[in-house]
Write a protein that binds this ligand. Structure first.
Ligand code: SF4
Length: 217
């Protein structure tokens, strides 16, 4: 991906807290603080919705960009319809000059929606599942079943040791501790164990100790 810094493509804003990894979600906090403020993207709270005017953004940028798709949200939330997902994928498929990183905790819907709506994961899309602890490693199995060239594991935020990781099918792993207000404990040992397994399984390893906070979508 070179030296390009990924930017947010806020095609969907809002989400819904799902599991422990969501307990400190900066986007949720942002929504709570701004609910009721006229004109703010979270005026009506955290319920997910499509930002229609964002569909044209990738077409309008001629220089290559790396987009986080709906950072602080999740395009595979159940309220995003099949037709809306198809439109989002069409934009990504048609903008091969850009790279799109799609991350989700909703791995099961990612899998079923891909099949049901015939979503095409073109080679300019990185599909990532977010796994915060050992208990949710099953999300990786859903991603493994999706036909997609670039698969990534997002251990963000990492909340505990991951134990043995089967990284078959994945090309990269990203680890991030919580660094924001009320951050939960993090042990370097967890990261070291993951890095070692990445080396053994020849998978790229990234550690981000200074993440962007999703203040504004
Ligand atoms: S954006 Fe991510 S962390 Fe925040 S509530 Fe949604 S799934 Fe959870």
């Amino acid at each position: 991906m070179g030296d390009l810094k990924a930017i947010n493509w806020p095609i969907v804003v809002g989400c819904e807290q799902l599991t422990e990894g969501c307990d400190s979600c900066p986007s949720f906090k942002n929504a709570v603080e701004h609910k009721g403020i006229q004109g703010h993207i979270f005026e009506h709270g955290y319920q997910p919705y499509i930002l229609q005017d964002q569909f044209s953004l990738p077409y309008s940028l001629k220089k290559q960009k790396i987009f986080h798709v709906a950072l602080g949200s999740d395009i595979f939330h159940e309220s995003i319809t099949g037709d809306q997902l198809k439109l989002i994928f069409t934009v990504m498929n048609e903008n091969k000059n850009h790279i799109f990183i799609v991350t989700s905790k909703r791995a099961e819907r990612m899998h079923t929606a891909t099949r049901r709506f015939k979503l095409k994961w073109s080679d300019n899309i990185v599909a990532a599942v977010s796994v915060e602890s050992w208990d949710y490693k099953w999300r990786m199995d859903y991603l493994r079943q999706i036909e997609c060239k670039h698969k990534s594991l997002s251990l963000v935020p990492l909340l505990g040791p991951m134990g043995i990781l089967n990284l078959n099918g994945f090309e990269s792993v990203c680890v991030e501790p919580e660094t924001w207000e009320n951050a939960r404990p993090f042990s370097e040992t967890w990261a070291v164990e993951i890095e070692k397994q990445c080396q053994e399984q020849k998978v790229e390893y990234y550690f981000n100790s200074n993440p962007d906070i999703w203040e504004d979508n």
